[in-house]
Design a protein around this ligand. Sequence first.
Ligand code: MLC
Ligand code: AMP
Length: 498
Amino acid sequence: MESNLFEVLRKPSDGKTEKIFLRDPDGEPLTYSEVFKMSGRYSAALHECGVKEGDRVLVKVEKSIDALALYLACLQSGAIYVPSNPRNTVEETEYLSQDAEPSLVVFSHGCVQNVNSRSETLGKINGSLTSLAESLPGTDQVTQRSGSDLAAMLYTSGTTGKPKGAMLSHRGLIANAIALHDIWGFEPEDVLLHCLPVFHVHGLFVALHCSMLSASEVIFLNKFEPDIILDHLPEATVMMGVPTHYIRLLGTSRFDYDMCAHMRLFTSGSAPMSTLVHEKFQRQTGHRILERYGMTEAGIITSNPLKGERIPGTVGFPLPGVELRVSKDGRECGIGELGVVEIQGDHLFSGYWKQPEKTAAAFSQDGFLITGDIGSIDENGRLSLQGRSNDMMISGGENIYPKEIELCLEEFQSIDECAVVGLPHPDLGEAVTAFLILNGEFSEAAMDQYLQSRVANFKKPKKYVIVDALPRNAMGKIQRSKLREEYSSLFSDAEDHD
Ligand code: MLC
Ligand code: AMP
């Protein structure tokens, strides 16, 4: 098996090079060979910028075909691709660049932030890296990598608040890509509707690798916009989304049986999909969504079957090569018993960047990754998830940790104490909600202004609730679960989606 993921993705199959790869509604369709030529030119540009194999390239750009070519170029030249959410604030970007120590940071043209490393910009108009790439002849050469060399590093938040870089090897990404491509039956005739961000495992690896391995087409949409999705759905055969995407599509009258009749597959993941949404989906479209479960540190872990029963509320069976168990108090749980999901396999990450203690803490003594998800396995080996052992919130498929927001809020002048929890929300799954004990005047406008430069917009609380006291246990620890229970219907009557 090739060791550089790039070789696996480029591997020629019948007619692959001249097949259409990316269709961006605002531009000309690009064939596989055209995209690999772009990658070759970006690879040469990275070389000109002094990027060497093993160097990190931090990329904070809007979704675009050039961003995708830059990802491929990093693989091709043996650099480690480190994508960042383009919505990150200056402070958040500074942290990532200090931590990852990249030899190059790439921003969207016009969105440059101050960093210690060399920086360039991406963009067809005036992007410095793009102009450099376009001026170079490009290269076909692929830097040799061993399976354990790193291909990418994706930052995930943690209970302590600061994001950690999950190191992902070529071997791990190849193993997951091949397993998924096979179990989801990808064929050259498939057309994937791509509306996910490309700084996460879901949009970057899961979606794109499946298409590239099967030499199939991708309709590459800049963002999720229901009307635009529906305009392009008739040309697609597969769509991958988070539950919020499907909830929003189900809220439109166009998303119906006829519109979906030709579709081969809808997959959902990154956050739990409720049985109600599963059922509504089936009634309205005639399709049963295939729900799967994954995480940044492991790629996709389990999936409902392509052929066979897809059961709402379950996330299916372990992928080929994944060993999965549920444990409690140091022992493996029996059938149906709740415990923490633990996994092992080639697809796992190689640890957290520069954080040996946190890496060690993430694994059991016998080398299983402790996911933090609570679940149970039924008599057929099917996994169901029940929640998490920590306080992480998932809002619209984005993970947010209460601690990070609480630390920020506590520095705001009139706040004495606070607690942040995720409450059920009809559109986002969970909505960030802040409970505040005040010692003075509070205005949401002032708070919005204050948070502007501190945390990315999507992490901002959707509601503030002023309270006299926060529930605490005998040790004085805030009981977030009590707040979640007491205020569980805070958003259920919301008529709009904010
Ligand atoms: C945007 N906003 C959010 C939000 N996304 N608020 C809460 N949660 C979110 N996820 C806010 C913005 O800050 C902004 O606020 C307002 O909503 C409008 O912004 P927008 O950019 O127009 O939002 P929209 O396009 O509607 O985005 C919502 C979304 C998007 C659901 C389409 O978040 C999305 O694509 N999510 C997918 C995330 C994903 O791919 N996750 C995979 C993780 S990988 P304001 O205040 O400015 O109005 C993983 C492993 C696995 O978990 O298993 O896959
Ligand atoms: P991330 O750190 O962004 O990769 O998020 C990974 C987390 O998303 C997992 O640990 C789960 O908590 C959650 N997740 C992913 N897929 C599902 C799913 N289908 N159902 C429930 N939770 C999910």
